[in-house]
Design a protein around this ligand. Structure first.
Ligand SMILES: [Zn+2]
Ligand SMILES: [Zn+2]
Length: 233
């Protein structure tokens, strides 16, 4: 009971979001903070992933993304992987910390008309209890005063197995999973999509294809983290 009261009165800011020990003045203890890496070094101007050399990464050069630009606040490794796993497994409150990071990254960004989120099938959302991408959209919206457009694009069926497919095949494979419900709202608009992690960019591309076919002028992605792109020598 006392523990419950203490937790109610002193919110999560006083325990480390990764290891759970007591912290002061930060949501991460000093040791865990070292394992969360800001994506603030060299990044690809298209996919936003950390790269080793200036300029567009080889993957984007070989197959340019369909979306206009993506940015991500953290590099998807170490403590960030743990944080995102927690975020997808009940720690919904992390949306506030993540939205702060995303908004920091969005300073001076392109003008945006609507924020959208990566939809889940009704079944998948019911199973998790929430859609983490939607939580991020709402928290970014609260900080930027850009409205969230709900239900404009929905996921009508589960993603089929993708492991053996390349990026272009994954995009096609995913394309049939999404349905646009409101073309009128999208016409000529700049859209920002929020999500937790950008990995291959196949989901981002598939959604962009749908949204642009429906009339959206520009589609941008902002994610909490992205996988570092390590060029092969
Ligand atoms: Zn810690
Ligand atoms: Zn790239």
């Amino acid at each position: 009971m006392l523990k419950f009261l203490a937790e109610a009165m002193f919110p999560k800011a006083f325990t480390c979001d990764i290891c759970g020990i007591e912290t002061f003045g930060s949501n991460l203890c000093p040791d865990c903070a070292k394992t969360v890496e800001l994506n603030d070094k060299i990044t690809c101007p298209l996919c936003g992933r950390r790269v080793l050399h200036d300029g567009v990464c080889i993957e984007c050069r070989d197959l340019p993304p369909l979306f206009d630009k993506a940015v991500s606040a953290l590099v998807y490794n170490g403590g960030t992987q743990k944080l995102i796993a927690k975020f997808k497994n009940g720690s919904e409150y992390l949306k506030e910390y993540f939205a702060d990071l995303i908004c920091e990254k969005l300073k001076g960004f392109e003008p945006i008309d609507y924020i959208l989120y990566v939809p889940m099938t009704a079944k998948a959302e019911a199973k998790r209890g929430y859609n983490q991408s939607k939580l991020l959209a709402e928290s970014v919206s609260a900080r930027t005063s850009t409205p969230v457009a709900y239900g404009v694009i929905v996921k009508s069926k589960e993603t089929p197995a993708q492991k053996t497919l390349n990026r272009a095949e994954r995009t096609d494979n995913l394309n049939s999973c999404f349905t646009v419900n409101d073309r009128k709202l999208l016409k000529g608009k700049s859209i920002l999509l929020t999500d937790d992690v950008l990995t291959t960019g196949a989901t981002a591309d598939a959604m962009t294809k749908k949204l642009k076919t429906a009339g959206a002028a520009k589609v941008f992605f902002a994610t909490v983290a992205s996988v570092e792109y390590k060029q092969k020598p």
